[in-house]
Design a protein around this ligand. Structure first.
Ligand SMILES: *[C@@H]1O[C@H](CO)[C@@H](O)[C@H](O)[C@H]1NC(C)=O
Ligand SMILES: *[C@@H]1O[C@H](CO)[C@@H](O)[C@H](O)[C@H]1NC(C)=O
Ligand SMILES: *[C@@H]1O[C@H](CO)[C@@H](O)[C@H](O)[C@H]1NC(C)=O
Ligand SMILES: *[C@@H]1O[C@H](CO)[C@@H](O)[C@H](O)[C@H]1NC(C)=O
Ligand SMILES: *[C@@H]1O[C@H](CO)[C@@H](O)[C@H](O)[C@H]1NC(C)=O
Ligand SMILES: *[C@@H]1O[C@H](CO)[C@@H](O)[C@H](O)[C@H]1NC(C)=O
Ligand SMILES: *[C@@H]1O[C@H](CO)[C@@H](O)[C@H](O)[C@H]1NC(C)=O
Length: 479
């Protein structure tokens, strides 16, 4: 019986304690809200049935330190001394408190008190910082720093990253200072990564689902790899470098230049320099001592361009466009290879003699490329290929015809040049002489014919006269 009484009173005591605890928890029940640094947050004072004329207070508390933000009644608002007062705004009709331009220090408990009621909101603030202010050069690495602050112990977060196409990407996540700070690293950005990304923050307890979006701008040239441009002597060539600063609304100014290193010559010439303003205007300035190239007129100013009107062998070499932003550099190369064909001796080929046709390019060829002389004579193909690592090929020609020199890269024709070997006009001049002789003979013949005819005509007349005379003489005896 005594035993039973002890049990009953113990149970009663436990129930009492539990109830007390529950009541305490109920009293301290607070809402959870998250905010993002730099953005604003609206905190609601959800007290419905309170006296209209009562004075209310918005208070801020971090750990055990609390301060007043605002004290307000229906008619007036008094500002307190809390750190965020100059960024706080009250909506008197709804009693909502808006805190703008949040920072990590704004984390804490916000209490709205309208005696005897009160509402507590625990504000957790996240701050996402992006390296280089979101402005990257192609191939650079992105680093994000996520920090959180709240009055309560901070939860461990699970973080996911969504790219421009809203696809999940897997960054490297460093958790050394977690849960206060996380560092996310993403390597080798590309121009297509430019746009708005989303960082998703998740936690089960307390329940957090916060998205933070951020902009990434990756500046790059149209084609990042070195490109070889092949052309023939005398052609017009335009070398161009497209930069995507307009498309991605790049906000920082930068400067750069275009250098040329002639083939087989280590001296680097600066051909032009350029700059792009913060308003995304491109200005190019040509260096004075090079008259052989031009800067073409263009409508969309996103391309650095040089135009070489009549390209020569000595215009070949490496053209390098480079730019610099806050001592970070980026460059893009183009190699110009010029092809030329020539004959020795030049001019038509006389019968029985020989000439050599030379096809050459201005610089060494890559290992996957070669030169090829080709002649189609009827159905028979004559070819000659250049030796490995030789930038020229020569053929000996003893008959007239059309020769093609091809620059081949992996068995694809990159460029071709034709050379027509003409036969010397020896035979033709005989024909001309023959024609002249023929014509002369004809002329002489004609002249002779005329003379003969004339002579025979004269003889005929005299005969008639004679005949007449004869007639007369015949008739005379009649008279
Ligand atoms: C104040 O809150 C009310 C009710 O939520 C809303 O209709 C009104 O637009 C708010 N006023 C301002 C200035 O935000
Ligand atoms: C969190 O907020 C408190 C209160 O403003 C501040 O004292 C503290 O430095 C903040 N912590 C961080 C990591 O910013
Ligand atoms: C956060 O962003 C992701 C990716 O864009 C989206 O799938 C998700 O619905 C968003 N969540 C919230 C709470 O907005
Ligand atoms: C950019 O180029 C223009 C034209 O050459 C020049 O007038 C201007 O001073 C340059 N700006 C900068 C910031 O270098
Ligand atoms: C290339 O050679 C020609 C002569 O063959 C010369 O007139 C010209 O100035 C040279 N061009 C350059 C850029 O050196
Ligand atoms: C090639 O051309 C030459 C003269 O142009 C001719 O004599 C020869 O018969 C031709 N050979 C073939 C196989 O057509
Ligand atoms: C070179 O000759 C080929 C025929 O062998 C012809 O198809 C081509 O158009 C010619 N090219 C030039 C540039 O004359």
């Amino acid at each position: 019986m005594e035993m039973c009484g002890v049990v009953v009173s113990s149970v009663f005591a436990i129930v009492l304690v539990l109830q007390l605890g529950l009541t305490l928890i109920m009293a301290q029940r607070e809402e959870q809200q998250t905010g993002v640094a730099g953005k604003e947050v609206i905190l609601s004072c959800k007290i419905i049935n309170h006296h209209k004329d009562v004075t209310c207070t918005w208070k801020y508390k971090y750990k055990e330190v609390s301060s007043t933000i605002l004290r307000f009644s229906r008619t007036q608002v008094l500002k307190g001394k809390a750190p965020m007062i100059h960024r706080s705004e009250l909506n008197l009709s709804s009693k909502q408190l808006k805190v703008s331009d949040l920072n990590l220090d704004d984390a804490g408990i916000y209490i709205c008190e309208c005696h005897p009621h009160s509402v507590s909101i625990s504000l957790q603030v996240f701050k996402l910082s992006i390296s280089s202010n979101g402005h990257f050069l192609i191939n650079e690495d992105l680093e994000l720093t996520l920090m959180q602050n709240s009055s309560h112990p901070q939860p461990h977060l699970s973080i996911s990253l969504f790219n421009v196409a809203n696809n999940i990407v897997k960054p490297e996540i460093l958790q050394k200072d977690a849960p206060q700070k996380y560092i996310l690293k993403l390597k080798h950005l590309n121009t297509i990564d430019s746009g708005t990304w989303t960082c998703h923050i998740h936690s089960d307890s307390p329940s957090i689902n916060q998205n933070i979006s951020f902009d990434v701008k990756v500046l790059g040239f149209g084609k990042e790899h070195m490109e070889t441009m092949y052309t023939n002597v005398g052609n017009t060539v335009i070398l161009s470098w497209y930069l995507n600063f307009r498309g991605i609304a790049w906000k920082e100014g930068f400067a750069g230049k275009l250098n040329w290193e002639p083939q087989g010559n280590r001296i680097v010439h600066e051909l032009l320099d350029f700059n792009v303003t913060t308003h995304r205007e491109l200005h190019e300035t040509k260096k004075s001592n090079h008259i052989w190239f031009e800067i073409p007129e263009k409508k969309t100013r996103s391309t650095i361009e040089v135009k070489i009107p009549k390209v020569q062998l000595n215009h070949s070499g490496q053209y390098q466009c480079q730019l610099e932003i806050n001592s970070r550099r980026m460059k893009s190369m183009r190699a110009l290879v010029v092809m030329q064909v020539s004959a020795d001796p030049a001019g038509p080929l006389s019968r029985g003699s020989k000439m050599s046709l030379l096809c050459q390019v201005s610089g060494p060829l890559p290992s996957n490329a070669h030169l090829l002389w080709e002649r189609v004579n009827g159905t028979q193909l004559e070819t000659k290929k250049s030796k490995q690592h030789e930038a020229k090929v020569e053929v000996s020609v003893s008959a007239p015809g059309l020769w093609n020199c091809h620059l081949m890269e992996d068995n694809n024709i990159k460029i071709s040049l034709n050379y027509t070997v003409e036969e010397a006009h020896v035979w033709n001049s005989y024909a001309v002489i023959g024609a002249i002789i023929g014509a002369s003979v004809l002329l002489i013949g004609l002249v002779c014919l005329c003379i003969i005819m004339e002579t025979s005509k004269k003889d005929g007349t005299s005969k008639t006269v004679l005949a007449g005379k004869e007639d007369m003489s015949v008739s005379t005896p009649d008279v």
